[in-house]
Write a protein that binds this ligand. Structure first.
Ligand SMILES: Cc1cc2nc3c(=O)[nH]c(=O)nc-3n(C[C@H](O)[C@H](O)[C@H](O)COP(=O)(O)O)c2cc1C
Length: 359
């Protein structure tokens, strides 16, 4: 895969050919996508997917998707044709893949499961694009209904990550521009112990800290980020921000927290919307961006290790790295370090025995 081109050229597709998509193609995409996901987690991420690719399955899914609107006052006011149109669109799309992050005993574990499933969904989209398969990640609030949750078998504590509608495409819609990563970038240098920690672009010189790792320049990170920002994101809210620590006390503190002599760190931060639905979508979009970044770095000069350490759940710690009150860290990316994801986590991530049910 030409990773950079695929990431930039992939578009959300809303109109598909009627050509069926073979079950084995979908299974293979999901398996490959899962194998590509890498994160340093204590437990292997838990998730599953359900594929609606039979006429009966799609009809049943369509009925549960529109149930909320149909039963509402708004639905009663809407012309019947509107709901028929949604139903037609769902039943005529060759396949729909529902993704669910399973529950976990801690918030961190639940987030690791959710981050994994979102990263895997982005991988499915990229791998599918190479085969001429277009997809739309769909999370409309209309899906927040008991009937839909029952249809997909959502259990307490589980998170519905979205539906990927899948089909071969004819036309590629025009791309909508992304904001350059430089405009969402803060480099930390010097003292991070106070509120007035200086935020400026790193000069990349004069680091007192000695690392055994290859040098990671802020420019090389920005180059990858300017491809990674072509992640799907609802409403084009681009809900991310980047905090880079290459030199100085912030980087030293991150090395101490991380326990590895990485050359630099990138904290990928999500804006926290007050609306819980948007907040969840934005978190997912940031996970897609992080996934893009990891894929791009895989053929680059320095390794990337992704983690969600316990300290990112401590607001006071996050504040030390310039994270604002309405933000949260989605991923800590250790750049140019020696440590690899723990064997238990990566063993599961490359397992081909992906949990996918067809209906
Ligand atoms: C978590 C998530 C949820 C999304 N939900 C919807 C949706 O409900 N309806 C929709 O039309 N597009 C949805 N999208 C797709 C975005 O609208 C799309 O990514 C954005 O417009 C940028 O276009 P592109 O993907 O072609 O680059 C979603 C994307 C993500 C990542």
């Amino acid at each position: 895969m030409n990773v950079s081109a695929t990431i930039r050229e992939r578009r959300s597709i809303r109109k598909y050919k009627t050509t069926p998509v073979a079950q084995k193609t979908i299974d293979s995409l999901v398996n490959q996508a899962a194998a590509l996901y890498q994160a340093d987690t204590e437990e292997a991420p838990q998730w599953r997917s359900i594929c609606y690719d039979t006429p009966e399955g799609r009809h049943s899914l369509a009925d549960s998707m529109i149930a909320k609107v149909k039963g509402s006052t708004l639905g009663k006011l809407l012309p019947g044709k509107m709901l028929d149109l949604i139903k037609k669109q769902v039943t005529e799309t060759p396949a729909h893949l529902v993704f669910i992050a399973e529950s976990g005993s801690t918030q961190r574990q639940r987030d690791e499961n959710y981050a994994a499933v979102c990263g895997i969904m982005q991988n499915v989209q990229l791998l599918g694009w190479e085969l001429g398969l277009g997809m739309l990640w769909y999370t409309d609030p209309m899906l927040n209904s008991d009937r839909f949750k029952a249809e997909i078998g959502l259990r307490i504590g589980e998170r519905f990550a979205g539906i990927l509608s899948i089909g071969y495409f004819e036309k590629v819609p025009r791309a909508r521009k992304r904001t350059p990563a430089e405009q969402k970038w803060t480099a930390l240098e010097g003292d991070v112990s106070g509120d007035a920690a200086p935020h400026r672009l790193s000069s990349q010189s004069g680091s007192a800290h000695k690392t055994a790792s290859p040098r990671v320049s802020s420019q090389s990170v920005l180059t990858l980020l300017n491809d990674a920002v072509w992640a799907p994101n609802d409403g084009l809210r681009e809900p991310w921000r980047f905090v880079y620590a290459g030199d100085g006390e912030a980087a030293d503190r991150l090395r101490a927290l991380d326990g590895d002599a990485s050359a630099a760190f990138l904290l990928v931060v999500a804006k926290e919307e007050p609306d819980p639905h948007k907040r969840e979508e934005d978190y997912a979009a940031v996970c897609c961006l992080v996934q893009n970044f990891q894929l791009l770095a895989a053929s680059g000069p320095w390794p990337v290790r992704r983690s969600m350490p316990a300290w990112i759940y401590d607001a006071e710690q996050c504040k030390l790295f310039g994270v604002r009150p309405q933000e949260r860290i989605v991923a800590v990316l250790a750049l140019g370090g020696d440590r690899r994801p723990s064997p238990s986590a990566s063993a599961n991530q490359v397992s081909p025995a992906v949990n996918i049910t067809h209906c």
